[in-house]
Design a protein around this ligand. Structure first.
Ligand SMILES: NC(=O)C1=CN([C@@H]2O[C@H](COP(=O)(O)OP(=O)(O)OC[C@H]3O[C@@H](n4cnc5c(N)ncnc54)[C@H](O)[C@@H]3O)[C@@H](O)[C@H]2O)C=CC1
Ligand SMILES: O=C(CO)COP(=O)(O)O
Length: 306
């Protein structure tokens, strides 16, 4: 069945999804901040709204759409990160602005450029409403994008947000030439930090090892197509945050998510050593090699602890 889909945010990811679904015969409309105009005008006569703005865009968009949302219209959130002002995930922000919204999340190892080239990928559609997740799974799958479902949106978002911080650290590790042992150790210990956040926010352990968790971590931490990974390599070369962001020239969610996660960790008493060192490095408090050295010299502990 052909859907009338409105995509809000036509950057790399929104643009790729738009073209994928247009090729499937769906009817697409889109809005981007650059266009100006009122996104609320695109909510009428449509079956689904897909939001693919960066995390900083979620609150302004939510404020603009409040009061205009047609009852029962579902929203599919594709933004990955933790908002630095509110310390919320995208779906938590959407719930604040539009409490009765039928809501789902799309997350997984989905480097836009690979999908754009027609390469195969899988992703997870997550919603508290299993019927909505199953319906969107059926309607939005394409020959190149295989969709799974889960009922753990907060765990799915926590995993999708935190993998960017660990991918950034992986870019640093590779940029410093630390080798395969260091990279594998970093990814395992990074996964343990993702687990701390995911479980504390109420996510399910199985999500950690699914597409949005381990799956996206492997894709993002091993590909120079990832902006977060490239950003980490630039830090390893000695660039400061502003220079590295300017060189990439697109959304890099890791730095703000690292700061937001650390703020949550301080408030809640979580141990997140890798995330903590990423934030100190971003603040210019230490150099990349020193950050690694300090991680290596932490007090010894059991593997099950973060
Ligand atoms: N590029 C990729 O491979 C993937 C990206 N994502 C996620 O999708 C989100 C968007 O990423 P990209 O499209 O890659 O970034 P991008 O840099 O290509 O585009 C960002 C989009 O957000 C919009 N935006 C930024 N600030 C805004 C504001 N204040 N108000 C309204 N709109 C605003 C921009 O206008 C643009 O449409 C991010 O959260 C990213 O983590 C998720 C899966 C894959
Ligand atoms: O989330 C992504 C792939 O799944 C995109 O990663 P980057 O934002 O690091 O490019």
């Amino acid at each position: 069945m052909s859907l009338r889909i409105t995509v809000l945010g036509r950057g790399a990811w929104g643009g790729t999804l738009l073209r994928l679904w247009e090729r499937q015969g769906h009817e697409l409309r889109s809005w981007s901040r650059r266009d100006g105009g009122d996104p609320a005008a695109l909510l009428q006569d449509c079956d689904l709204v897909v939001v693919a703005v960066s995390m900083v865009g979620v609150t302004p968009l939510g404020l603009g759409l409040r009061g205009h949302w047609p009852q029962g219209l579902p929203l599919l959130s594709c933004s990955k990160g933790i908002d630095l002002d509110s310390l919320c995930t995208a779906s938590q922000l959407w719930r604040r602005h539009l409490p009765a919204l039928p809501l789902a999340v799309l997350s997984g190892p989905n480097l836009a450029e690979e999908l754009e080239r027609g390469l195969p990928a899988a992703s997870v559609l997550s919603s508290d409403d299993p019927a909505l997740a199953r319906r969107l799974q059926e309607q939005l799958r394409t020959p190149h994008l295989r969709l799974y479902t889960n009922a753990d949106p907060i765990g799915t978002e926590a995993a999708g947000a935190l993998k960017n911080v660990i991918a950034l650290a992986a870019g640093i590790s590779d940029g410093l030439g630390l080798g395969a042992n260091a990279k594998a150790s970093l990814l395992c210990r990074g996964l343990a930090e993702i687990a701390v956040v995911l479980q504390a926010l109420g996510g399910q352990p199985t999500t950690l090892y699914g597409l949005a968790g381990l799956g996206d971590l492997l894709a993002t931490a091993n590909s120079s197509l990832s902006r977060n990974y490239r950003f980490g390599s630039l830090l390893a070369e000695g660039c400061d945050e502003a220079t590295a962001l300017a060189r990439i020239g697109a959304t890099v969610e890791g730095p703000r998510t690292a700061r937001a996660t650390l703020a949550l960790a301080v408030r809640e008493g979580w141990q997140l050593p890798i995330c903590g060192q990423v934030v100190r490095l971003l603040a210019g408090e230490l150099e990349a090699r020193q950050a690694v050295q300090e991680l290596m010299q932490r007090d010894l502990r059991a593997e099950a602890a973060a």
